[in-house]
Structure formats: C-alpha cells, structure tokens
Design a protein around this ligand. Structure first.
Ligand code: NAP
Length: 459
C-alpha cells in the first residue's frame, strides 16, 4: 500500500494499492497489444488526442493544481502555472508536432535517394519525480502520443493521486486503452520491468542514484535510456546587470517550489565590484520570505515535499557547518506538523567541497564572490553536474564568454533559467544525457529508419 501525505499538515491523504506481479504483467501485456495498433495510427488521430488533452488540462486546472499542492506542498499559484504549461505543451505538439515527424531525404552518389522516416519504437517506461508532478510527465507523455509509442508511468510514491489522475485524463482525451498506463508501484519492481522484452526503452527524471540504477539495468538489457538528473545551477551576476531585477530573480530562483527544482540558481556567484550591494539586498529579500499555507494565494513558499526531504536538506546544512561554511541566517526546521523549514543562505563555501558540489534540494542558497569573469566561470564549473545556468550581464562579449564556457545543457541570460516548451532541455556531466522537448526530445524514442532507393549506377 502506498500512502500519500499532505506535507503542509502531516495528515494522510489517501492509500493506493500497489500492483502485484500479476497486475504488472497485465499492464505490460496491455501496453504491448496497444502498441500493435497505435503504432500505425494516423497522425491526425494522435494530434486530436493531444489537443483534447490540452483542453482537459485547462478545464481541470483548479482541481489538478489543488491535488499537486496537497500531495507535494507547492504553492497553489505555482501549481496552476504548472498545469497551464502542460496544456500549452500539448497544444504546441498538436500544432507543430507533425512537422517534426516529416521524412528527410538525401541524394546518393549513385543517383538514387535515401529517405529517413521517423517510426515509433514501442512501449517506454517513464520513472518520474514529484517536484513538478504534471510537467515532468507531460514532457514524456506528449511526445509518446505524437510518436505512436505507448507509455508506462512509474510516478514518485508521494504523488500517486496525480499519477492516477493522469491516466484518467489521457483516456478521457480519447487515447485507446493501454496507450498510457500508470503503474502504482514503488521503485522495487522497476528493474524487473526494465528487463522485460516488451519494454524497449526508459526515461528517468530524478536523482543521480535512481538514474544510476535505471541506467545500469537498461544497459544490461541494451535498452536506450534518457536521464534527466540533478543539478546545482550557477546564477552569475556581473557588473552590467540590472541589480534590482537580478536580486528579485535570484530569490525566485532559490525559493520557487521550495527550492526543489532541478534547474534554478542554487549557487549565486557575484562579481566583486557589485558583491556588497547585491549581497545586502539579496540577504534582506531572502530573510523576508516566510513559509506559509501553500493554499493561500499570496504564499511564495510552502513546506518541502516530505519530512524526509526536509531532513535531508537539514543534514546538508550540518555538513556545510562542519566544512566551515557560514549560515548567514535561517535553514532551520520549523516546529509544526509537516515538512517545514525556513529559507537560509550559506557563504564561505569552498568550490569543489562536498557542500559546493552537492545539490541542495531545498530553499538554502549559496553565495560566492568572484574577482572577475574567469573566476566566476571556474566556480560555476566546479561541480559534477551540468544542467542549467543563468547569467546576468548586458555585455555581449561576456554573454558569448559564458555561453561557450559554462558546462551545462542550458544558459539563460538576464532571467530565471527555466524550460521552454519549444526548446530542447537536458543536461551534461552527472545531470544526465539525452534531451526532452522540441524535435530532439521527440526523436529520442523513435526509430530513424533509413530507406534506400538506389540509383542506376548502383549495381
Ligand atoms: P528520486 O528519489 O530519484 O525519485 C525519482 C523517481 O525515481 C521516483 O519515481 C522514485 O520512486 C524513483 N526511484 C528512486 N530510486 C529508484 C531506483 N533505485 N530504481 C528505480 N526507480 C527509483 O528523486 P526525487 O527526490 O523524486 O526528485 C528529486 C531529484 O530529481 C533531484 O535530484 C532533481 O534535481 C531531479 N530532477 C531532475 C530534473 C531534470 O529535468 N533534470 C527535473 C526534476 C527533478 P519512489 O518515489 O517510489 O522512491
């Protein structure tokens, strides 16, 4: 039995019966049978499902947002934005997806031609996290429907209500039975499912440890895997930045979703010329953030997703102290039922230390001073991750320097780094491999089949 808990109150929300072996087998069989017909479905049939799914997300926005807020604690306004972003993605894919599936053609030296056709691959397993419980799944689900694949979701245990609702919505959007199924399981049966011949590939969004297990298992069975793992993004502020806006966005980057976002500035790196002015405003603004009821429209930060997640962050703060870091303020548990803590800020973090290298998945920032752009880049790259990054500079030369120099899958200038429905998203180093979104994400789980029509001189 999987029990969901409201992290704002500590109260149990619901209980979900875990699938046993026979239940998993039935779903694998259904997925395999569904693929046989869905793989040849006409493109307009798939885009109709996507269009309707987008409409359903819009129609159900309030209900879906409330469910996410109750299960993992994100402020209701942020939950609504997440649901809207999913609706936008499904509508975007319905409109622009067919163009991404157009065949390519090449002329051959023998006078013939080669054609590249994008064909579906089969049933894909998606292991997903709780932090953006709709959006992370949507990035897999939309392309799955468009490609003619079928999907099996193993969602995070914390958000089983969201997982069940997602399956219902896809069915209500008109997808044939078995095209998208929820597997109500913990992580234990995942290895066995990956080894099943009916599963052709897997995608995982989550921590490094989970990524490692899934990649190992997929590797053993020679199955393709896309990994979207953790990060500790730099947020670099250079002297030409709009300081007020940079401070505001540095706070947003660190506290949105209670700091539980894979991207978004976890390490704020400020040029020495503006360090004093920036630090004073940043500290004042961060201190003013008070955790409150996530259902309140004005709340900027609620609880963390679970008590164990909160305790992991507090342990990391203790580790930081042991390494000689300074806790400028906050980063303490709040004594009330649920997963509450105050935002906090660390300084004197040594780049390359445990604290400087680990991802802190909660509202605790790190503030660094850099003498010049070279040092800012060195600090930015002194981590094993390479997911996102944000740089505040209006100098085009500096923009080019950081665009080329930061070891990450993504750099955003003068704004909070975030995924865009139209652009590729993914990481390098230990942040994973592969891409989601755009045609690059769509093609990850497709067979680019080469069809040769030889020319006359070929024989
Ligand atoms: P997590 O503990 O790794 O869980 C993610 C998913 O993996 C859950 O469904 C979890 O199931 C499952 N899982 C855990 N261990 C597993 C194993 N050994 N084998 C198979 N499945 C396993 O991560 P999380 O705490 O939910 O999410 C936070 C992490 O995700 C952070 O590191 C964050 O940076 C990363 N993330 C990355 C992106 C990206 O796009 N790169 C986006 C969002 C989050 P249970 O819940 O049942 O344990």
């Amino acid at each position: 039995m999987i029990t969901t808990v409201n992290p704002a109150t500590g109260e149990e929300l619901d209980h979900y019966e875990e699938l046993d072996g026979a239940g998993i087998e039935a779903r694998l069989d259904r997925a395999s049978r569904a693929f046989r017909s869905w793989r040849t479905s006409a493109l307009p049939e798939r885009t109709r499902v996507l269009t309707r799914l987008g409409e359903l997300f819009t129609e159900c926005e309030e209900e879906l947002a409330l469910l996410a807020t109750c299960e993992m604690g994100k402020p209701i306004t942020q939950a609504r934005s997440e649901v809207r972003k999913c609706a936008d993605l499904f509508a975007y894919l319905a409109e622009h997806g067919p163009a991404m599936l157009e065949a390519e053609e090449w002329s051959l030296s023998d006078g013939g031609r080669a054609e590249g056709r994008w064909l579906p691959l089969g049933p894909v397993l998606a292991v997903m996290p709780w932090n953006f419980p709709y959006w992370q799944v949507a990035r897999f689900l939309g392309p799955t429907i468009l490609a003619g694949n079928v999907g099996l979701l193993k969602h995070a245990s914390l958000v089983q209500g969201v997982a069940a609702r997602l399956e219902e919505l896809v069915e209500a959007a008109g997808a044939p039975t078995g095209v998208f199924q929820n597997l109500c399981i913990t992580s234990r049966p995942v290895a066995g499912i990956l080894g099943d011949d009916r599963i052709v590939a897997a995608t995982l969004t989550g921590s490094e440890g989970a990524g490692r297990s899934v990649a190992e298992e997929a590797g053993k069975h020679l199955k393709k895997v896309v990994l979207e793992l953790g990060g500790s993004d730099p947020f670099i502020v250079m002297p030409s930045a709009d300081l007020d806006q940079a401070v505001k966005d540095a706070v947003t980057a660190r506290i949105q979703n209670a700091g539980q976002s894979c991207i978004c500035g976890k390490r704020t790196i400020v040029h020495a010329d503006i360090y004093g002015a920036f630090a004073e405003r940043f500290v004042t603004a961060m201190k003013a953030i008070v955790p409150a009821d996530p259902l309140d429209e004005k709340t900027e930060i609620g609880p963390l997703s679970s008590v164990s997640q909160r305790d992991t962050v507090l342990d990391q703060v203790e580790q930081a102290k042991a390494e000689g870091c300074t806790v400028l303020f906050g980063a303490e548990a709040i004594d009330r039922p649920g997963a509450w803590m105050t935002p906090g800020l660390l300084t004197d973090v040594e780049p390359g230390s445990i604290t400087g290298s680990e991802e802190i998945f909660g509202p605790v920032g790190q503030l660094y001073r850099a003498a010049d752009r070279d040092e800012a880049l060195r600090i930015a790259n002194a981590i094993p991750f390479g997911l996102g990054s944000a740089v505040w500079t209006r100098d085009p030369d500096e923009q080019e320097f950081f665009a080329r120099g930061i070891e990450a899958g993504m750099t955003t200038f003068n704004a909070v780094n975030g995924s865009r429905i139209e652009a590729p998203f993914g990481g390098i180093k230990r942040s994973g491999h592969g891409r989601e979104l755009s045609r690059f994400g769509l093609h990850e789980f497709m067979n680019l089949k080469t069809i040769i029509h030889p020319g006359e001189t070929a024989q």
